[in-house]
Design a protein around this ligand. Structure first.
Ligand code: KG4
Ligand code: ZN
Length: 366
C-alpha cells in the first residue's frame, strides 16, 4: 500500500489530500477563495497568495486527520510546482519542502495539468482506462488536447492561442452581469435559454488542433453590449463591467448560445483528434468538464467511451495531485528516491510535455 499526501495551491484553492495507491481517496480538503475573488470578478493574485499562507497549515492538518494517518505512514509528498500563479505556487511548494524535510519523505513536483488528467484515475469508476487516450483539459487557465500513450507519456496536440475555455466562460459571464465564476452561472442561465437565439462566429474551425476563444468572446460582446458612447471599442473592452447590455438582450438566451458555440468548438477538435490518433477512450478534465452540455454533447458525438471526473474532482483539488504522484512513482521508481528537496523549483509556465516531442503518425481525419 502506498500513501501519498498531495498539496495544491496553484490558483485560488488551497488543497491537501491523502490518496492510497493512486485511486482511493482517504481525505480531500479544499479551501476555496471564490467568495473573496468574486468581488474583483476574477482571481487577484496577491490576495490569493496571502490566503494560501493562512490556509495551508490547517488544510494539510485536516487532510491528515480526515485520513486518520500519521506522518510515519506517508510514503511521499506530491506538490503542484507549475503552471500557475508564482506567488500561490510558492506557498504550496515551500510548505511541502518543509514537510518533506521534517518528515524525511520523498518530494514529487507535479504539473498541474498532469494533476487534472489524473483526476480520472481517482474517480469512482474503477474500470481500467486503456491507452492510448485523448484528454481534453479545460479549465480557467488551460485548454489542452493531449494524446496520452502511457502513464506519464504525453504529447500536446493543441492548445488555446488566446483565452482558456474557462476564462472565456468567466469573461462572457461577467459581460452578461452573472456572478463569478462565470462557468457554472452560464450553465445555470443556459438551462433557461434558447441555444439557437444567437449565431456567434467561431474562428479557426478548420485549422489543426489549436483553439481560439477570443473571436467568440468578441462576437458575444458585439451582440449584447452597446458600444461605448462617442467612441470606438478598444482592445480589452470585453472585460469591462456589465451595465452596457442592450435593453433587448435576453441573458439566458445569450448564455445558452455562447455555451453551445464554445462546446461545439471544443468537441469538433476533440472528435477529429480522437479519430486521427485512433485512441481507445476520450477523457475530459478540468473545471469546465463540470459542464453538463459539454459532457453530453461529447458523449453524443464521439463513437468512443468518454469519461469525466466526478464534479468535486473537476475543479482544483489535491487528490488529483497525489494520484499523479503515485503513477509517477509507479512508472519511474527513481523519482521517489530523489531526496534533493530544496532543488524543486516553482515553474509558473511549466509545459506538460516537451515542445520538441515528435508527433506519432496520425491517420488523417476523413
Ligand atoms: O480547474 P479549475 O478549478 O481551475 C483552473 O485550473 O483554472 O477551473 C475553473 C474554471 C473556471 O473558469 C470556471 O468558470 C470553470 O472552470 N467552470 C465551468 C463550470 N464549472 C466550473 N465552466 C463551464 N461550466 C461549468 N459548469
Ligand atoms: Zn486547475
Amino acid at each position: 500500500m502506498t500513501l501519498i499526501l498531495g498539496i495544491e495551491t496553484s490558483c485560488d484553492e488551497t488543497a491537501a489530500a491523502v490518496v492510497e495507491n493512486g485511486t482511493h481517496i482517504l481525505s480531500n480538503v479544499v479551501a476555496s477563495q471564490v467568495e473573496i475573488h468574486s468581488q474583483y470578478g476574477g482571481v487577484f493574485p496577491e490576495v490569493a497568495s496571502r490566503m494560501h499562507v493562512e490556509a495551508i497549515q490547517p488544510v494539510v492538518e485536516q487532510a491528515m486527520a480526515d485520513a486518520n494517518v500519521s506522518p510515519m505512514q506517508i510514503d511521499a509528498i506530491a506538490v503542484t510546482h507549475g503552471p500557475g500563479l508564482a506567488g500561490s505556487l510558492l506557498v504550496g511548494v515551500n510548505f511541502a519542502k518543509g514537510l518533506a524535510l521534517g518528515w524525511n519523505k520523498p518530494l514529487l513536483g507535479i504539473n498541474h495539468i498532469e494533476g487534472h488528467i489524473y483526476s480520472l484515475w481517482v474517480s469512482e469508476d474503477q474500470t481500467p482506462i486503456l491507452f492510448p487516450v485523448l484528454v481534453l483539459v479545460v479549465s480557467g487557465g488551460h485548454t489542452e488536447l493531449v494524446l496520452m500513450t502511457d502513464h506519464g507519456k504525453y504529447l500536446l496536440l493543441g492548445s488555446t492561442r488566446d483565452d482558456a475555455a474557462g476564462e472565456a466562460f468567466d469573461k462572457v459571464g461577467r459581460m452578461l452581469g452573472l456572478p463569478y465564476p462565470g462557468g457554472p452561472n452560464i450553465e445555470k442561465a443556459a438551462k433557461r435559454g434558447n441555444a439557437h437565439a444567437y449565431q456567434f462566429t467561431r474562428p479557426m474551425q478548420e485549422e489543426g488542433y489549436d483553439f481560439s476563444f477570443s473571436g467568440l468572446k468578441t462576437a458575444v460582446m458585439r451582440a449584447v453590449q452597446n458600444p461605448p458612447a462617442g467612441g470606438k471599442r478598444t482592445r480589452g473592452m470585453e472585460t469591462m463591467e456589465p451595465g452596457r447590455l442592450k435593453p433587448e438582450v435576453n441573458v439566458d438566451d445569450a448564455a445558452a448560445s455562447f455555451q453551445r458555440a464554445a462546446v461545439e468548438m471544443l468537441i469538433d477538435k476533440t472528435v477529429k483528434a480522437a479519430q486521427a490518433y485512433s485512441v481507445k477512450e476520450i477523457l475530459l478534465a478540468g473545471g469546465v468538464s463540470a459542464n453538463s452540455r459539454l459532457r453530453d454533447e461529447l458523449r453524443h458525438h464521439a463513437a468512443l467511451p468518454v469519461r469525466y471526473p466526478p464534479l468535486k474532482l473537476c475543479t482544483d483539488n489535491a487528490a488529483m495531485i497525489a494520484a499523479a504522484g503515485y503513477f509517477r512513482v509507479l512508472s519511474d521508481p527513481d523519482s521517489q528516491r530523489t531526496q534533493d528537496w530544496l532543488a524543486l523549483d516553482v515553474l509558473p509556465m511549466l509545459p506538460l510535455a516537451p515542445e520538441s516531442a515528435a508527433p506519432p503518425a496520425a491517420r488523417s481525419p476523413e
